[in-house]
Each structure stands twice: as structure tokens, then as C-alpha cells.
Design a protein. Structure first.
Length: 56
């Protein structure tokens, strides 16, 4: 059992996975915050482009 616990302390493979998970969650939070802030403006741009393509 002691050997197993010692190996867990030395093994850093799981640390990298946790770091990537934190980075992804931070990126998702920023994306959601940006979408909430600029969402209406983005919808207006898409609607303008859609109307322009229908007219031509």
C-alpha cells in the first residue's frame, strides 16, 4: 500500500489532464461571457447578412 501511495505522488500524468481541464473550463467561461455580452450584436450581423443574400 505504501508503494502505491508513493507512486501516486511521483506520477504526474493526471496533473496534465487536470491542467488541460482547467484551461478548457476557463475558455468556455470566457466564450459564454462574450456570447452573453455580444450576443445581440452577433445576431444583428447575421440577420443583415441573411437579408443581403436574399435580396441578391
Amino acid at each position: 500500500m505504501e508503494r502505491f501511495v508513493r507512486n501516486l505522488r511521483v506520477d504526474e500524468k493526471g496533473v496534465t489532464l487536470v491542467e488541460y481541464g482547467l484551461i478548457v473550463s476557463l475558455m468556455c467561461s470566457i466564450f459564454i461571457l462574450g456570447l452573453g455580452t455580444f450576443g445581440d450584436q452577433v445576431v444583428d450581423i447575421y440577420n443583415t447578412v441573411a437579408e443581403a443574400t436574399r435580396a441578391s
